[in-house]
Design a protein. Structure first.
Length: 583
């Protein structure tokens, strides 16, 4: 319902909606009359009853007011410090919100930039600043407010930051480098907890705490679907207290700031949900410490069929998983789902007839039937010592969290040659490159060739949002790029011609994906199998190109080819595959 201080938007501002066929003139007149009666505002009627797309309505009003349109973005948080002296109820009633300040310029989101009364209120609230208006729909402004200040009945990050800012003004006599701020202060404790809870809510995989020198604010960044973005900033005076608080939660030495440390946090979100965070501290310039926390949500293993393997790749993988002995490696960059894939393999072969031991750091996924062991390198209980103890404990299958060095690789190869199936991970770029890496480490080429059953390389690329996915007919240039990267001969075998009915897919952008058109991730795979010819090449330490050519000749679908197949299936886009898989 409109208040007396809000100026109604002139009806002719909506003329492009009528001209564009989004609403009939008669329906628009009805909507205006109903909104004047005060039961529902005009924007709500147009979006709800007449189903005008938000992007269209926003662009129409943006053109009328000659200012940018900013839709709600779940990864963007208004600067909470700008709300410190403003009533949250007032902002909700009057539909405006200060977004961010850059120098003397303040960006304000408002549903009607021509409303003089609210313009005066804004300038009185922020004297001396140049106000730069942006158009926001009321529903989006409400969502920005809710994301920034939280629900009225619960504490929020904005409230905590407001408390910290007020304290910071009182503490200005402290040297910013001093320890005058207590890491056990209730606001600091709440802030650390709220950051972790918000990261989980936003489905972040990592939290980055980045302090700076002088009096520059500390940045908190979240990595969501592989992309980092700044979530919030906190006053510089609290950087040491926040870092120390996280180190206390991780059981790390708060007095040691000169060398990196590693730890873990078990964090209880609520009575039913607990997550684990892997914590790494790194000394940075200005006598600061960065902290990176990886969120590990303990969950059940996925079935292999749910991991979107190509049918031929899945069939070959299931065959080698049933082998009684040998090595199966899963390789890729950090966070590409290597451990998830190995646990899916273990789920497939986890039967009452098999004894399975795993050594992990940390244990991210648990499943019944596995005897899972947490290694502790600080006390000398490493992957190597764990594997040697497993060999005395009657195993059928052994999983080692990571092959970090030659000693681990040698013990794994030895175990696989003595009648055990060994699974492990490695950080390499591709399946064939994994073979070269292990040989370069000094592993015996004959033993490894005999042991190798398969190498799975993985990547994760962004998925097209299922809520706003739409087909389109690509240009000839786009088609030619796909054919080139797939390989012309292999492409011809697919039988995909450039015809009028040839379609690819993309995301329009919607609220669910924060207008990006992308939400979630899809896995790309390539599987190198240990054939007799491949073993001969490994024994002879052949070049990478020779092994790659033989693997493709024997039917290996490369990461790029698997990505292009998933482009054709409408799961992702060329740009996303190019980002993670093309060299």
């Amino acid at each position: 319902m409109q208040t007396s201080s809000q100026k109604t938007i002139e009806p002719h501002a909506y003329d492009p909606l009528i001209q564009g066929g989004f609403i009939l003139q008669a329906d628009f007149v009805k909507a205006v009359k109903e909104s004047v009666r005060g039961s529902t505002d005009l924007e709500g009627l147009l979006l709800g009853r007449y189903r005008i797309p938000k992007a269209v309505l926003g662009k129409t009003l943006s053109t009328f007011f000659d200012c940018p349109y900013i839709p709600y973005d779940g990864r963007t948080l208004a600067d909470p410090q700008l709300l410190n002296n403003l009533s949250h109820d007032y902002l909700r009633r009057h539909h405006w919100l200060p977004l961010k300040q850059q120098g003397d310029i303040l960006d304000v989101l408002i549903d009607n930039p021509h409303d003089l009364d609210r313009g005066h209120d804004i300038r009185r609230s922020f004297p001396g600043l140049t106000i730069r208006f942006a158009l926001g729909l009321r529903c989006d402004i409400e969502r920005f407010l809710s994301a920034t200040i939280g629900d009225a009945d619960s504490g929020s990050i904005a409230d905590t930051l407001g408390e910290l800012v007020n304290d910071a003004h009182q503490e200005q006599s402290f040297d910013i480098e001093s320890d005058g701020i207590d890491e056990n202060d209730s606001a600091i404790v709440r802030l650390a907890n709220q950051i972790i809870a918000e990261a989980y809510k936003h489905e972040a995989s990592d939290i980055h705490v980045e302090p700076y020198s002088d009096r520059k604010e500390t940045a908190i960044r979240f990595r969501v679907d592989g992309t980092c973005s700044t979530y919030m900033r906190i006053p510089a005076i609290y950087r040491r207290a926040l870092v120390s608080r996280i180190k206390i939660m991780s059981n790390l030495d708060i007095a040691e700031r000169r060398k990196p440390q590693d730890g873990k946090i078990r964090f209880k979100l609520n009575q039913d949900r607990e997550i684990e965070l892997r914590v790494a501290t790194v000394p940075t310039a200005g006598n600061n410490e960065d902290i990176v926390m990886r969120l590990l949500t303990a969950r059940e293993p996925l079935p292999l069929e749910a991991m979107e393997f190509a049918p031929a790749t899945l069939k070959a993988l299931l065959e080698i998983a049933e082998k009684p002995h040998g090595i199966i490696l899963c390789v890729g960059p950090t966070g590409s789902g290597k451990t998830t894939t190995l646990h899916a393999l273990l789920r497939h072969i986890n039967t009452d007839e098999r004894k399975i031991w795993t050594a992990e750091d940390p244990i991210e996924i648990t499943q019944d039937g596995l005897r899972q062991v947490q290694v502790h390198p600080k006390i000398g209980f490493t992957f190597v010592s764990a594997m040697r103890s497993f060999l005395r404990a009657d195993p059928d299958v052994i999983m080692i969290g990571e092959m970090r060095d030659k000693e681990t690789a040698d013990v794994a190869i030895e175990a696989s040659l003595t009648g055990h199936l060994v699974l492990s991970t490695l950080h390499t770029n591709g399946a064939v490159e994994t073979v070269i890496r292990l040989l370069d480490l000094g592993c015996d080429s004959f033993n490894f060739a005999d042991a190798m059953q398969g190498v799975i390389a993985k990547r994760l690329c962004k998925r097209i949002c299922v809520n706003c996915k739409e087909p389109y007919h690509p240009t000839a240039q786009e088609y030619d790029k796909l054919a080139h990267w797939y390989g012309i001969q292999a492409w011809d075998m697919l039988g995909v011609g450039y015809r009028e009915d040839f379609q690819l897919y993309r995301g329009r952008g919607c609220d669910a994906c924060s207008q990006t058109g992308l939400k979630g991730r899809v896995a790309l795979h390539e599987l190198l199998c240990g054939s007799d010819e491949m073993r001969n090449l490994i024994q002879n330490r052949a070049k990478t190109t020779e092994m790659q050519c033989l693997a493709e000749k024997e039917g290996m679908v490369t990461l790029v080819q698997d990505g292009i197949q998933k482009i054709l299936a409408g799961l992702t886009t060329y740009e996303q595959v190019r980002t993670v898989a093309m060299r």
